[in-house]
Write a protein that binds this ligand. Sequence first.
Ligand SMILES: Cc1ncc(COP(=O)(O)O)c(C=O)c1O
Length: 371
Amino acid sequence: MSDSWLSERTQKFDSSGIRKVFDLAERMSAPINLSIGQPDFDVPNEAKQAAIDAIVSGKNGYSVTQGIAALRQRLEAEIQQQYGHADRRVLITSGTSGGLVLAMLAMINPGDEVIVFDPYFVMYPPLVSMVGGVPVLVDTYPDFRLDANRVREAITPRTKAILLNSPANPTGITAREDEVRALARLAAERNVALVSDEIYRLYCYDGPFFSPAAENPRTLVLDGFSKTHGMTGWRVGFAHGPAELIEAMTRLQQFTFVCAPHPFQWGAVAALDVEMQSARDAYRRKRDLVWEGLRDKFDIARPDGAFYMFPKSPWGTATQFVEAAIKREVLIIPGSVFSRRDTHFRLSYAADDRTLRRGIDTLRQVAEQGS
Ligand SMILES: Cc1ncc(COP(=O)(O)O)c(C=O)c1O
């Protein structure tokens, strides 16, 4: 194939860092895998059965673009009760990623700037570039706290949106209510769109979750079932925000994803009735286990959300540390995949306790071994 077939946008990003680790995992017989960004529990049975019933009863065609009424209306009622915003609408998306793609397509013109916090979820900068925007990175090292003043300094006349993710991938840090309110007010004051990726909303361990939508009614929220219900392969997410924006995203969905997978939308309806607090409690305990196991050997911003932590490499670059860990069969991801810096690594504790204990022991040894 001729190289000229590839668009320039495909040259703007590279996913080799994370893929390399996943490729290595495939080749190892029993790796200590702390690299996975998805829950280690299965989809709740009620949701599975509802999806099976939907398939067996023939709900296999397209759904309406905006998502089946049973799911949309249920979410709309919950969201309305929570925020009471007259102008807030819901769209069912193809995973949270689908919502992110539609949001960027709906808002970003070529040359528009989008503020992204560094470290970031891997998809954010390439996605902004793909739609012709310019990612503007706001550094949050060393504590990964959300500081509205740093954002204020980064805002220019071309700033169109701010992309917030809390609880955060890859740091596991949850923004506090005062931090979120300050950012939400800043966005309102400067007429910048605030996009809040709340996919890890369930996993807040040391306090309640706080959404910027509670402070700024024009916030666009992206959410989904992947992490809350272990449904990463089902591709069901949702977006809620100002009616006009949701309407534009719905039109774009019609010409791209068409709809979220229809039978799995029925699975998601059933999932809404399943109590998931036990999953949160289980990950809180795992957070404690890994934190206690590593804190004296690593410099780590204490994680209080999602199922990640982002320790600083005790020697060398993060890539060098990760290579040494992988030689010992511990799979972790170098921070350079999520950041301009190559100083930290991401560890996911969405794994069974035995794997976590083996991981802790080996990482401690690698820390001591030095470069
Ligand atoms: C912050 C964040 N947003 C979005 C996604 C994508 O989620 P989905 O599977 O719903 O597309 C992920 C997945 O890792 C994530 O970490």
